[in-house]
Design a protein around this ligand. Structure first.
Ligand SMILES: Cc1cc2nc3c(=O)[nH]c(=O)nc-3n(C[C@H](O)[C@H](O)[C@H](O)COP(=O)(O)OP(=O)(O)OC[C@H]3O[C@@H](n4cnc5c(N)ncnc54)[C@H](O)[C@@H]3O)c2cc1C
Length: 479
């Protein structure tokens, strides 16, 4: 349904002719993120300032039009898909790094800045913003705050929320709010800036962020450990941490993930049932050598069938690239099949990783589906990608059955349905189960911030019915 021309004219007055579009091709493109969903918006606008975002929101509020903020669209759960149509506010033109204060340990940056662009600038001063998502080359820092993104380094350095000191956001009615501080410590009442972390565009549009920054470690090295079973690999991770040793990162890959990468990229990995890639970092060669030795010893004592330590940046990059390519590689596993993000991002306490992974494998067998497991296992965050024929209703239904059992198991183990990708649509119902006792408070917060329910409506706690609809694949039953 097209928006009234009068409303489009008002929006055009705010952003000008060049930064508004209702062209079918543009609407189609902005109807996707990297999830399984698709729904066209009615108009896309690209603001260049907080004031413009405020004027856009005043118009949306007056006419009660749904608004979906959009970063780079790399989200995997449908959070940026404008499921109710309306306005997409695309943030890519608000990408300036405003101020870096290394003396005070912070950076002020616009929400549309790409994560790697920020870190390339910080590197000039010997600093970095550590969360390191796999989508680092594309995702925007505003999208990262909105999903509380993290990645390989969360076990040692934390997630995005651990670095948010303050931010500016625009409320549903267009009011501009500056929340938080530029201090490392702050006990000043409710932590509104933190509340925006993980809010997925449902509480306001974030326009600027003050992140804490930290020094970049001077040295690092990695160890590739191979196992006969993914359970042995999971137990090894807990044993390394209990040593005690907090690795900079520790990535797990199961047999299906390894096979997919080896097929897609010409065998960069050993042909085994499970691998972990453990990275250690620090200030001196002595620290790195000591920690790498600990990893080697623990892995050998935990049934590793081979252990390959390396200080060679090229070799380590080969392993890391292989791990990062799992998601894409899975789609070449079987002709006609693709990897889909149905249950892609659960988290469990680290000691429960072996139990969780074993359950995933049994559930895949029970439902006769292919599930690859990989992820940042040293913080208990596991990614499971389902490989299915997306044109077949039955495949989706069996996949969905498996997913629901997997999520329920993770909650039972004291975990979460999403460690870093967010709730959006695909995990909405399972999120409602996980947060049962918080749900009324969550609804009250949403109503206080957005009384007309125009900010990214219908997702997470508001979702009802099956998440198998509005799929972007040619499966007529679920479109
Ligand atoms: C190959 C690949 C690897 C990935 N690896 C990781 C990983 O390791 N770790 C991880 O955490 N995630 C990962 N992701 C998921 C995704 O990259 C993250 O969730 C990322 O933070 C999303 O950022 P984005 O800019 O693309 O946001 P989008 O996908 O555009 O939006 C995500 C949500 O944030 C909201 N939003 C965006 N910008 C704003 C804003 N300025 N104000 C208010 N709301 C806003 C949107 O409405 C939406 O709800 C991966 C994705 C891919 C495709």
């Amino acid at each position: 349904m097209a928006l009234d021309q009068k409303i489009l004219d008002e929006l055009e007055k705010v952003v000008g002719k060049d930064r508004i579009s209702t062209s079918p091709a543009v609407l189609y493109t902005y109807g996707f993120d990297s999830s399984i969903y698709h729904h066209d918006p009615e108009v896309v606008v690209q603001p260049i300032s907080t004031e413009e975002v405020s004027e856009i929101m005043k118009i949306a509020y007056k006419y009660e039009i749904p608004v979906t903020p959009r970063g780079a669209g790399t989200g995997l759960c449908g959070a940026a898909v404008p499921i109710k149509g309306g306005i997409v506010v695309a943030m890519q033109k608000m990408n300036k790094i405003r101020n870096i204060s290394v003396k005070d340990l912070w950076v002020d940056v616009e929400a549309g800045c790409v994560y790697n662009d920020l870190n390339n600038e910080l590197a000039k001063y010997g600093f970095f913003f550590p969360p390191s998502p796999g989508s680092a080359e594309a995702c925007q820092v505003g999208g990262m705050v909105s999903t509380n993104a993290s990645g390989m380094r969360a076990v040692k350095y934390g997630a995005t929320r651990d670095f948010v000191l303050g931010l500016t956001f625009v409320r549903a009615n267009g009011d501009i709010v500056r929340a938080g501080t530029r201090t490392i410590k702050d006990s000043s009442g409710y932590q509104l800036a933190r509340l925006m972390c993980g809010s997925e565009g449902t509480l306001g549009i974030i326009t600027e962020i003050t992140f804490k920054i930290t020094t970049k470690p001077k040295k690092s090295a990695s160890c590739l450990c191979a196992f006969n079973s993914v359970v042995d690999a999971g137990e090894c991770i807990s044993a390394i941490i209990a040593k005690p040793l907090i690795p900079a990162s520790c990535e797990l890959m199961d047999r299906i993930s390894i096979d997919a990468v080896n097929k897609a990229r010409g065998n960069p990995l050993p042909d085994v049932n499970a691998l972990i890639i453990v990275e250690v970092d620090g200030e001196t060669d002595e620290i790195i050598q000591r920690d790498l030795k600990i990893v080697e010893e623990v892995a050998k004592s935990q049934k590793a069938v081979s252990v390959t330590p390396s200080f060679d940046a090229k070799e380590i990059a080969k392993w890391t690239d292989a791990r990062k390519s799992v998601l894409a590689s899975l789609s070449v596993l079987k002709p006609g099949y693709v990897s889909v993000s149905l249950a892609d991002d659960m988290g469990v306490p680290v000691s429960k990783v072996p139990q969780a992974v074993e359950f995933f494998q049994k559930t895949a067998e029970k439902y006769n589906v292919t599930i690859a497991t990989y992820g940042h296992a040293s913080d208990g965050n596991l990614h499971t990608k389902m490989v299915l024929d997306p044109t077949k209703k039955d495949e989706w239904e069996r996949g969905f059955g498996a997913v629901n059992e997997i999520f329920a198991k993770c909650i039972e183990l004291g975990g979460t349905v999403t460690g870093e990708h967010g709730v959006g649509i695909s995990k909405a119902l399972n999120f409602q189960d996980e947060r049962k006792s918080e749900i009324e408070v969550i609804k009250a917060i949403k109503a206080a911030f957005d009384p007309k329910n125009i900010l990214n409506p219908g997702k997470a706690e508001q979702w009802t019915g099956t998440p198998l609809r509005d799929l972007r694949y040619p499966c007529p039953e679920f479109q």
